[in-house]
Design a protein around this ligand. Structure first.
Ligand code: IPE
Length: 253
């Protein structure tokens, strides 16, 4: 039986630098996390949450060289990295549930497949069903099986635009520590494929195996080319973003 048109999902990526202390390995910023969860509880339509790794996952991935592939030599690093990000995911799901969000863990390690580090599949068929059932899947930057190199580090920054396209999302929001794309200490309100090359990208502190702000912008420009705009903003701007405003930096084609 054909069903009525479903509202387009909203996709939110919580940056690892916001929900962890990026300078202290393994430390979760529970205060920031619960504040964001309270705001996300106001979303009434379909929602997918993706979070980064920050200081749980990046250090392990770097130590074991997981981004460059996996063999018997560094296979233990797959376990250690996935365990670290899974611990953070348990904290994120708990914070969301405590705030009243019907959140469920959706680990990319068990659902995604990449080739040459690019997503071939990220669980979109399962996610569509979960959204129809009123659940909020919570994905994260994780280790993923890779057809070319055994495994790789799959950033939430690649998952978010991929799912936005696969699910037909209307908007995608990135909550970041920088509050947007910075140039000379100021947030650039808009960045497009034409202007990207002239922007001196913010360089994040600490171990980041997935490219920091530059990688994020590259993914969002790809998304903008397919007609879906996105927005990079600070944690305190999440409520404004949800109410339809354009805080931080808007990424357009
Ligand atoms: C990184 O994910 C995943 C691992 C290092 C295992 P992200 O790229 O999404 O994380 P953040 O937001 O930069 O911390």
């Amino acid at each position: 039986m054909p069903s009525a048109a479903q509202p387009k999902p909203l996709i939110i990526k919580l940056g690892g630098s916001v929900i962890t202390d990026k300078a202290s390995e393994g430390v979760i910023n529970t205060k920031a996390l619960s504040g964001l969860a309270e705001v996300l509880a106001s979303v009434t339509g379909p929602l997918v949450v993706i979070h980064g790794a920050g200081s749980l996952g990046h250090p392990e991935a770097k130590r074991w060289g997981i981004a460059d592939g996996v063999t018997a030599e560094n296979a233990l690093g797959v376990y250690e990295t996935h365990e670290a990000v899974s611990r953070l995911n348990r904290a994120v799901v708990s914070a969301l549930r405590d705030a009243g969000v019907n959140a469920v863990s959706f680990p990319p390690f068990a659902s995604a497949l990449t080739e040459n580090r690019r997503i071939v599949y990220a669980g979109e068929e399962q996610i569509k069903e979960l959204l129809l059932a009123g659940l909020v899947p919570v994905l994260f930057g994780d280790v993923a099986a890779d057809r070319t190199q055994g495994a790789c580090i799959l950033s939430g920054d690649q998952i978010a635009p991929y799912l936005a396209a696969a699910l037909g999302a209307e908007r995608i929001g990135f909550v970041t520590a920088s509050g947007g794309v910075l140039q000379d200490g100021l947030v650039i309100p808009e960045i497009s494929g034409r202007t990207a090359d002239s922007v001196a990208f913010f360089k994040a502190e600490g171990a980041d195996v997935t490219g920091g702000m530059k990688g994020k912008i590259a993914e969002l420009l790809l998304l903008a080319e397919s007609g879906i705009e996105s927005q990079i903003f600070a944690a305190e701007d999440l409520a404004a973003f949800l109410s339809g405003e354009n805080p931080g930096t808007r990424i357009t084609s």
